[in-house]
Design a protein. Structure first.
Length: 463
């Protein structure tokens, strides 16, 4: 399908338009002069900006919503028997998966796809921010709002197009990017992958679609097993280790402070200088290393890159400070895999700087992930002083017999964990428990993101 399918004036209908990836594409098409409509199962904040930009939004799915549409774009979360999808089939309309629609936007651009099990959103957001801060006006579609740019998508005038490449359903195979970044490789999305070998095989195929260069983390042993096609330029980055290999871009002399991080950066044997970030985390220094290696390969100089990265403030739902009330700090994070949770809790512990307790509230995401990783979740959460567990957020996945949050709770120190609780009981217990100096961290990829704001309101009200 050629890019002309998105010619100005045509009406494109999005089924599941509120999702971060879908709303981003819809916003870009609105800016290009297309008529956009879309539906979703419930009202969400992402729909407000689309309405203001001229999109026609329907809450609920109905075949009547498709009337007048010329192309359908469908979220991966939408079932094949959705009435709007079935109506589009009956009418003979072109039906594109989200990844197919995004691939259309990448044609003719200097596209960079950021992939990996963890860190995709922060790395792609950091890359888009750095290009913007250097005055390059990139296009981007990232799965979170970039702080300072106030959006997760943009259709810039520059030739670079940054895209967060999701491996969960294999759709990133459609992008055929000019350049790619792979941050790490680990088993996740167990609803689609039976084991790590299947994930490894998918990434092996993905690198075959990359046209120009591949940036990959040298510290990740699993990535070392990925076979690189002959002729594809490969650039490694990583934290210098005593017995490790030599990377093209090396980070050394790391300093992790409560609200900042720094490292010495060496590029192919030459010291470029010191990188300074306005937030902490070893993993965030690695993310920045990936961005620096990518930008150097794109032809930018360190003298421009380092100041741009120093002003990056992160993305929403990635250790996002929600506020402070009565001496309690509330932070929200998207972490929903044991490795992510371990890194986030380490960052939170550094942020606390021994001033109070670390209280984690975790909402498991999907029954399948809870079943496979229950023991690993228990181990990673043990880094907190107190843990509150919520019921599993299904993400439209059908329940699995015997799989509840209790699988995690029974593996934990019972003196630390509270389970189960209704949402209101949880808030009441937290309000009674927290004290000045505590950091309260909400963790998960579901609707737990709304909990921090509710707790802050209660703390502010003095109830």
């Amino acid at each position: 399908m050629s890019q002309s399918c998105f010619s100005s004036g045509r009406r494109v209908h999005f089924v599941g338009i509120a999702g971060s990836g879908m709303s981003g594409i819809a916003g870009i098409l609105l800016g290009r002069g297309l008529a956009v409509s879309g539906s979703d199962s419930k009202e969400q904040s992402s729909l407000d900006s689309l309405r203001r930009a001229g999109a026609r939004i329907f809450i609920g799915h109905d075949l009547k919503n498709v009337e007048g549409a010329e192309i359908l774009v469908v979220s991966a979360a939408i079932a094949s028997d959705n009435p709007e999808v079935e109506e589009a089939r009956r009418l003979g309309l072109p039906i594109l998966a989200r990844a197919e629609a995004l691939a259309e936007l990448l044609i003719g651009r200097r596209s960079i796809a950021v992939a990996g099990t963890h860190g995709k959103t922060t790395t792609s957001g950091m890359l888009a921010w750095a290009l913007s801060a250097m005055g390059e006006d990139p296009s981007f579609v990232v799965g979170s709002v970039i702080q300072g740019l106030n959006s997760g998508s943009a259709d810039g005038s520059g030739d670079a197009f940054i895209v967060e490449a999701d491996e969960s359903d294999g759709s990133f195979m459609r992008y055929h990017p000019w350049g790619a970044v792979i941050t790490n490789l680990e088993l996740d999305h167990v609803d689609n992958f039976k084991n790590l070998a299947e994930v490894r095989a998918l990434f092996t195929e993905f690198v075959k679609t990359v046209k120009g260069f591949l940036v990959r983390c040298g510290n990740d042993k699993e990535l070392a097993s990925i076979e690189i096609p002959a002729g594809l330029l490969t650039i490694s980055y990583g934290i210098k280790e005593a017995k490790g290999g030599v990377f093209d871009l090396e980070l050394s002399e790391l300093v992790l402070a409560p609200r900042s991080a720094s490292a010495r950066v060496t590029w192919r044997g030459k010291v470029l200088g010191d990188l300074n970030l306005s937030f902490s985390g070893r993993h965030n220094l690695l993310n920045a290393g990936a961005v620096i290696a990518t930008l150097l390969e794109m032809g930018f100089e360190a003298e421009r890159i380092f100041p741009a990265l120093a002003t990056f403030q992160g993305t929403s739902r990635r250790f996002e400070l929600k506020g402070e009330a009565r001496g309690v700090t509330v932070v929200d994070d998207y972490g929903h895999h044991p490795t992510e949770i371990h890194a986030t809790l380490a960052m939170a512990r550094s942020y606390l700087a021994d001033t109070g307790r670390l209280i984690a509230i975790f909402q498991p995401h999907r029954y399948s992930r809870t079943e496979v990783f229950s023991k690993e979740f228990a181990v990673s959460l043990d880094d907190a002083d107190l843990i509150y567990l919520m019921d599993i957020y299904s993400a439209s996945e059908k329940p699995i017999e015997g799989v509840t949050t209790d699988l995690i709770a029974r593996e934990m120190n019972q003196g630390k964990v509270s389970f189960p609780l209704t949402r209101e009981e949880l808030i009441e217990k937290l309000i009674a428990e927290v004290r000045p100096g505590d950091l309260l961290l909400t963790l998960g990829a579901g609707d737990i993101t709304e909990l921090g704001g509710e707790i802050l309101e209660r703390l502010d009200s003095g109830e």
